[in-house]
Ligand binder design. Sequence first.
Ligand code: ACM
Ligand code: ZN
Length: 569
Amino acid sequence: MKHPSILAALALLAALSCSKGTPQPFQVIPMPNEVTIAKGVFPVKGAALQVDQALDAPSQAAISAFVQALETATGKALKEGEGGFSFHLNPDLEAEEYFIRIDKKGVAVEASALNGFLYACETLKQMLPVEIYGSRKAKADWVLPRATIHDKPRFAYRGMHLDSSRHFWSLDEVKRYIDVMATYKLNRLHWHLTDDQGWRMQIKRYPRLTEVGAWRAGTVVGKDWGRTDGILYGGFYTQDQLREVVEYAAARGITIIPEIDLPGHMVAALASYPELGCTGGPYKVWERWGVAKDILCAGNEEVFTFLENVLYEVMQVFPSEYIHIGGDECFNGDAEPERPDPWDICPKCARRMAQLGIRRGPGAKHELQNYVTSRIQKYLSDNGRRIIGWDEILEGNLQPGATVMSWRGTEGGIQAAARGFDAIFTPTGYFYFDYYQGRERDKEPFGIGGYVPLEKVYSYEPLQGIPPRDQQHILGVQANLWTEYISMPEHLEYMLLPRMCALSEVQWCNADNKDYERFNASLDHTFGILDKKGVNYSLDCRGLVGLERKPARSAADLEAYLEANPVNW
Ligand code: ACM
Ligand code: ZN
């Protein structure tokens, strides 16, 4: 039998080494731009807490959320006092910049505004065991490595897009999407709220947009354009609900940029108000995918009154500096190839072209579209807002102040910057997250086509091909998630992740701070985080193809969701 005092000494030694603990390997995504790790750790369980009272209320709320997560996961409250966590206002830092020093005295955080504090807290969470993302007390090594981190993003615009028209996403689902974006320090949600297949935003002055335009009589089955499932499908967000999401996103450092796609992709609006079209209809909310031929009439003044009234209400709900006005795919719709484009035969459009001195020819429709874009840009600009449009808006005399979203490759963005316009890159070949990501397509959930694997997303260099004098115009990068073939949240999340993690490093990390091997090795930790959040993701990068893996949510959850949202799956 060992002597009791030796046992006690051993127990004390064990307790001491346990309180020292082993920090997580450093697996933060996106990787901070300057990190120095030192020897030793700081134990966080029950540590002291000091928050500079000069911080604004949103920053204090962000810190409280972090503290609450820590208290829940460690099971111990943080006590007000010195020698632990301290959060300071440092007005010399940029709004998204932060500074963290972890040493034997504690964890000192400095930032100047909400986003900086949010990002510092998120970095600290990702440096801790994944249990920090759980909802109950957990046993873990509750220590942070001693380190110095000075971090700020490479690009100011770090976007993710969501298509709520082709398939409708509940408020909860949109909030989950926002949560995941916030985890990876994205700051813009581009929300596609209107399209041929459904109008999703309540507009009080035009109630038929949601009484009629939010509902389609069926949805095409697979890619068989001749067949629909015949199931009524739809939904819309009230303005109060949209305000709730705007506020939810703002608290997480994310600005929502709404998109009202015009003058094309408007069949749902035409079905609601047929007088806005060149032919007068009748029109039906579209039940198939593709590019519709029918668009708003550019020769009818009522159309401009309609658009201004709609955009007025959009501005009342969304405070963003930018409003996305679409502008893509207005001509040569793939349905009814034998029918001419309405703008080619409409007397009102012809009269407008004559008034504007637009000569007939291949460029005429683009010039007329440019007239629509410029009028709407002026209306929004008179109200203190700026436009973003898909790269088709460049095909005409685009007015100063517009921002171009380059989706048909990168040429649009390169040209836009050369002509003095700001640009955001979202090329299909790198950032269309509706494209397949798995090597074995037949094992993937049925999709639109294409192939954008994780490595391809990661490999994108936004300034490639941009002369130094134009680089100031590159605001950033965004990925798009169109949902023609995505109707379930599990599938949506599966397409989003982990590609959005790769996107976040393209957006955040300085070029010399990117490293695919290091990023790939960090994914295991991030998968643990997503499991804790109950968010689905693809494991193709770990050799597990398709949806072989169990969805993170239970079968009962899935069934309840399907019952509430009958969809074409
Ligand atoms: C687009 O994908 N039509 C912008
Ligand atoms: Zn017309």
